[in-house]
Design a protein around this ligand. Structure first.
Ligand SMILES: Nc1ncnc2c1ncn2[C@@H]1O[C@H](COP(=O)(O)OP(=O)(O)OP(=O)(O)O)[C@@H](O)[C@H]1O
Ligand SMILES: O=P(O)(O)OC[C@@]1(O)O[C@H](CO)[C@@H](O)[C@@H]1O
Length: 318
């Protein structure tokens, strides 16, 4: 079973425009709403591919209610935790050239009791399902959760014998890595560079930074590289996967679909799991808004996997 926790979910609103002229009145040519937040998207992508998933998230206000309604139609189990504040709405503007501008709200602050209720909801869901379980902690943390929130989530997972996969950034990522609570991390290259405190120009730079992270107890790093594919790094081995260039419609949530694809195929071994991850990520960028791909939209055969890629290759040349 895969369970996702999204401490800072969002009702994602996407506006398509011809040209985003800052400081002008810009009329949208189309709009859409999607359930959003990184863990929510991981659960949606799994659900769209018939992989059972449960999404735990705080929910408040009218946008929160709409988020839950939209999720109810997507084939995943939702475990909403009612909170006093209002669920945020994030805005994406996509112009005719496919450029994406994203405005993310800070999100409603959680009280200590609400943060604890979220962790309790995860513990309860894990208790109800004793088989092999993975918990995905994903996205930013709202005020009040505390930078150690994912460390606390890791402790909940450890007590229940579940593994934690983490997709976050900044101080919450640094705290979780230092505490050694995650089995898998899914940073993009910028997030990994921030964590490492240095620029990552080559494949070797990325792999070295990923292995630094692993020394604290992380077993695998799935590092997404945007249009340059993704690297999977374990303490002993490295694989790269990517495919022919694409013209994206919206890159929002591509990393979430990547992580979902990886988890869906983890039992098939690293090579196949990475191929699946990249195939799901590539499919996601061809969808509008925060769309997640269905099986017919995913093409693993387009993805090339290379074991032990040349460490001197520049990431931009992949
Ligand atoms: N422009 C692109 N062309 C082709 N594939 C892309 C492109 N952008 C992203 N992808 C695919 O999606 C995957 C994830 O992208 P990226 O590294 O941008 O994730 P991310 O920064 O975590 O995204 P998000 O936070 O929006 O979910 C990449 O590994 C790649 O397979
Ligand atoms: O503000 P955060 O939590 O970092 O990211 C939130 C978010 O940008 O991530 C998802 C895409 O990955 C969107 O659905 C959502 O709006």
């Amino acid at each position: 079973m895969i369970l996702t926790l999204t401490p800072n979910p969002s009702l994602d609103r996407t506006f398509e425009v011809d040209d985003l002229a800052v400081g002008e009145v810009v009329r949208a040519t189309a709009t859409r709403k999607d359930p959003g937040g990184k863990g929510v998207n991981v659960a949606r992508a799994l659900g769209a591919n018939a992989v059972p998933a449960t999404a735990v998230l705080p929910v408040g206000g009218a946008d929160g209610a709409q988020l839950v309604d939209l999720l109810a139609t997507s084939g995943i189990t939702v475990a909403p935790v009612r909170v006093g504040g209002e669920t945020r709405s994030n805005v994406t503007v996509v112009d005719a050239a496919g450029r994406t501008t994203k405005l993310n709200a800070p999100g409603t602050a959680l009280t200590e009791a609400e943060a604890t209720a979220l962790l309790d909801a995860v513990a309860a869901a894990l208790g109800a399902q004793p088989d092999d379980r993975v918990v995905v902690g994903a996205g930013s943390l709202p005020a009040g959760a505390g930078d150690d929130f994912y460390v606390r989530l890791g402790q909940v997972c450890a007590r229940a014998g579940a593994r934690l996969a983490l997709d976050t950034s900044g101080a919450p990522l640094a705290a979780a890595v230092a505490a050694g609570v995650a089995s898998l991390v899914k940073p993009n290259d910028e997030e990994l560079a921030e964590l490492a405190g240095r620029e990552l120009r080559t494949v070797g730079d990325v792999v070295a930074a990923a292995r630094d992270v692993m020394r604290a107890g992380v077993a695998q790093a799935l590092v997404s590289l945007g249009s340059h594919g993704a690297l999977l790094v374990t303490p002993e081995r490295t694989w790269w996967a990517g495919g022919p260039p694409l013209v994206p419609l919206s890159t929002v949530g591509a990393g979430d679909s990547t992580l979902a694809g990886y988890l869906s195929a983890a039992h098939l071994g690293p090579r196949q799991a990475l191929r699946t991850a990249v195939a799901w990520g590539r499919a996601a960028v061809l969808l509008p808004g925060s769309g997640v791909p269905a099986p017919a939209q995913i093409h693993p055969d387009d993805v090339q996997v290379v074991a032990e890629p040349d460490p001197t290759t520049a990431v931009e040349e992949l």
